[in-house]
Design a protein around this ligand. Sequence first.
Ligand SMILES: Nc1ncnc2c1ncn2[C@@H]1O[C@H](COP(=O)(O)OP(=O)(O)O)[C@@H](O)[C@H]1O
Ligand SMILES: [Mg+2]
Length: 477
Amino acid sequence: MQTVNSSGQLTLEQALAMINELMLAKMGRTLSDPETTLLEGTWNDDNYNVIAEGTPYTVNYLKGHVAPQLWNILAAIVGTGKKVTKTNLRSFLEYLYQKEHSTCSDGGITEDYSGIEPLKINGEPPDASIFFGRSQELSQIKQLITDYKLLSLIGIAGIGKTALAAKLLKQISTSSNPQFEQLIWKSVAHAPTVQELVTDLIHVIQGTQSSLPLFESPQAKITVLLQALQSRRCLIILDEIDAFQTIDFQQRLEYRLFFRRLIEEQHQSSFIVTSRTLTGDLKSLLKAKRPLQYIKIKGLDSESAMQLLVANGLAVDKKCRKLIEMYYGHPAELQSVVERINYYFGGSAETFFHNKTTFVSPEMQSVLDEIFTQKLNQTEHKILLCLAGFTTDNPGLISFNKLLNNFPLILNKEISISGLIEALECLENLSLIDTFKDSNSKELYLCLQPVIKKYIFSNFLGVITTSEASQTILLAS
Ligand SMILES: Nc1ncnc2c1ncn2[C@@H]1O[C@H](COP(=O)(O)OP(=O)(O)O)[C@@H](O)[C@H]1O
Ligand SMILES: [Mg+2]
């Protein structure tokens, strides 16, 4: 892409072409007429009155509506955290130009523009070009995969595990010093058998469809895979290993052994697995101090979530931050609520908040249906109900002590402290509750995300009885 004229100075036409190209790649559209008008005027350092003259747009419309949104869009598509304003637009575009020619390849726009021949990614990771924030997680992961053979990314559905892993792979593939010889992406959502997965990985690593004797046992095949992982330094991402929990007992045992051997035996490769919870097998290997680690993925930070909202077409107003807080920066839920705000409330978070409600996306609803019917026991249901009743403020916190004192009343019988703690651990592992420690008092606080609270109160599946619900809410009030 050509961005400067022969004198080396960026021209307006070239700047507009550069922005259009970026917007098209990242947002699937180019600049609208009012946006172009605004950019042209801003480029010439005109004030809003001059910019609006002779155009069909009012000053208020350009200043109050088009401008704030466009500055956010520009900041969002570049994704380096730099703020764009009318005053710094020109220097921002110069900065963009500089970035395009920079040799650094770590994050933001540079990776898309660097001249490095990318390392091929085997497999089909999702497109990671529209991606905001997570720089801390990305550098943490890069560090951990040099120290551990297996890293597990865990977090509630839609929180961004797959997107993060895909972004990581993309960054490593365009890095000037990739540290891996081969990058492999494999979705295992279809729950392949160990045999199928291992055979597949061997073929990808060895670059051949060649003969692995048919009669070879799974363990013999894993040995061949380990040799391949020793001879080439590979980074392998297995996305959605939750699927392994749905397979039969024999296969689950085989997977247990598979992971154990990957972690315990000699090789120079690394695995990243994504799942909603830390699976039991990995948990016990972790306890046994084997070389694996996990990171719990939480919502996007406020700035990145704001970029996500803008990229999804939401008009920026003071309620956007509230929206982000309400959904704990959960990207999929934010995308889903923005879709509804755009459709029903003219893209205004402020109007949406006049009619206060919490949406639970259909995807989240089915994930929670599954968890509530298949994964939780009665005690865990009741704890959630109790938390939902206590945390009616938004976002509400409840101290562990308060829960402890009130819990026997709700259950109508004594519950052992260890029983309560076990249940809380399970709920936290399923990302249904979050915990925080007060740094001064060291007291533990629990909290329930509004989406989950809404689900509980909406009583989607009738899994929680009305009498339990009313009793709990009564106690909590
Ligand atoms: N950092 C991010 N920036 C932009 N979009 C994101 C980000 N993280 C997640 N998303 C989007 O949110 C949705 C859910 O993310 P996904 O990675 O599929 O979640 P998970 O794998 O945890 O279920 C996807 O549409 C994804 O593109
Ligand atoms: Mg996923």
